[in-house]
Design a protein around this ligand. Structure first.
Ligand code: EPU
Length: 423
């Protein structure tokens, strides 16, 4: 029997200490799918132990791959004997990144049938740019009957212009193009660190990809990718950012370790703008010290290197207790403010108009029972509970487990009064 759990948080403690950041969720899900393209064993280190990654690893086994857990955050994957192109097991339909199996299977076996992806509900999440890319490479593509199906006799490199900057489409088409014939040029590509990480991984296995991290990526198709190598996943900029905001919210001092500070630039600048913190940066760490109540600021989420949409809910939590009226404009998704209702229950004053949240800061939030409804909303509600007066109970923790490894334990080690108990 699956028991549901909830969090009980007694707010008001300043978080203090050091926290080490795991590998990036959004890179990890791409790398695990990319292992399908590789003949031979690849070892992936710094792999976060989160539900989305576990589901993908189970799926690789179902497809004929061999997965061995070599340590807490290290796996060996051998997809030499992949013998199926239909992926529909193990809760795959609950996650978004399952669609990377389409690009990877199409690239490796020229045929993919993958159950339709789920993931967080932020309004419509079309996949037209994935379709455009696969079709341009010469594949047929259909998304009907609950499955995405893509097939090709050959994949042939070509020039593809994305009409919309999309992390998912950029990664998916990169996966399909890696073993295609000839040169594929992706224009208006996404530039997130996870795109660079995927390119580094594929290149280490023998791919020829240039330009990742810029908006033009050139992929010269190679005949095969070979294993026998070890790759370490890039640090998770969203997990890091979540702890940086936690320091500001609780007026504590947190050193966030094992990160790439450059990836945090848009957040560092915004936190400085609030006047609430002092920030020290080293080669692979950032220390955030919360000194005073933040001043309200304007935040607009954008594609990287803009302010990440995956830190939008956490930032709204911070602005909920700021001085003055803050504005947060969601530049990526149509409907990513659904969690605001829960913050209202904690006494926040927020009005959402379309893609804009107008936040009138209150001096304190009040602990309440609240429900997470997506991954980053879960994190932001927990942060609000840590800063609130009294006891907050957070339900629907399955969302949190999809993307943050050991989050509750890490907070407890920083001094939070937080417990995970059976409902
Ligand atoms: N879009 C289209 N057509 C497409 C693809 C996307 O119109 O074919 C639109 C989307 O509707 C959205 C925008 O383009 O408005 C950007 O979507 P994108 O494809 O970049 O997002 P995604 O690949 O679905 C990934 C992350 C999300 C993160 C976004 C933006 C993974 C598995 N997911 O989603 O991560 O919010 O990029 O950075 O990498 C999270 O980690 O909590 C999370 C939601």
């Amino acid at each position: 029997m699956i028991t549901k759990e909830k969090l009980v948080i007694n707010g008001g403690r300043k978080l203090k200490g050091e926290v080490s950041i795991h590998g990036s969720k959004n890179a990890a899900v791409a790398l695990v799918a990319a292992a399908i393209l590789v003949e031979g064993k690849v070892i992936i280190e710094n792999l976060p132990k989160i539900t989305d990654v576990c589901i993908l690893l189970d799926t690789l086994e179902d497809l004929g791959g061999v997965v061995e857990h070599l340590g807490h955050d290290t796996v060996s994957i051998d997809c030499t004997e992949i013998n199926k192109s239909k992926a529909d097991k193990n809760d795959l339909n609950k996650m978004r990144a399952s669609y990377y199996l389409v690009g990877a299977l199409l690239g490796r076996t020229h045929s993919a049938e993958v159950i339709f992806p789920g993931g967080c509900n932020f309004g419509a999440r079309p996949i037209d740019q994935h379709k455009k890319g696969f079709e341009a490479l010469g594949a047929t593509f259909a998304a009907v009957g609950g499955y995405i199906t893509a097939k090709a006799r050959r994949l042939i490199g070509t020039q593809i212009y994305f009409d919309k900057i999309s992390v998912g489409a950029t990664i998916n088409v990169m996966l399909a193009a890696t073993l295609a014939d000839g040169m594929t040029v992706l224009e208006n590509a996404a530039r997130e660190p996870h795109i660079v990480d995927l390119a580094n991984f594929l290149n280490m296995m023998g791919a020829d990809i240039k330009g990742a991290g810029t908006s033009v990526i050139r992929i010269r198709g190679v005949e095969k990718l070979s294993g026998g190598k070890t790759y370490s996943v890039v640090p998770d900029m969203i997990e890091a950012g979540t702890f940086m905001i936690a320091a500001a919210l609780t007026r504590g001092t947190i050193t966030v370790r094992n990160i790439i500070p450059e990836h945090m630039e848009s957040l560092t600048v915004k936190l400085n703008e609030t006047g609430a913190v002092s920030i020290e940066e080293g080669d692979d760490y950032i220390t955030v010290k919360g000194n005073r109540r933040p001043k309200a600021v304007l935040v607009q989420t954008l594609e990287y290197p803009g302010f990440p949409t995956d830190l939008q809910p956490q930032m709204v939590s911070l602005l909920a207790i700021a001085e003055g009226q803050g504005t947060v404009i969601e530049g990526i998704f149509d409907n990513r403010f659904q969690y605001v209702d829960q913050l209202l229950q904690m006494g926040a004053q927020i009005r959402v108009e379309g893609r804009t949240a107008l936040i009138t800061g209150v001096s304190k939030l009040i602990g309440s029972p609240i429900r997470a409804m997506d991954l980053r909303a879960a994190a932001s509600l927990i942060l609000s509970g840590l800063a609130a007066e009294g006891t907050t109970m957070v339900y629907n923790l399955e969302y949190l487990d999809r993307g943050y490894e050991g989050f509750v334990q890490k907070l407890a080690e920083l001094g939070a009064d937080i417990k995970r108990i059976e409902e």
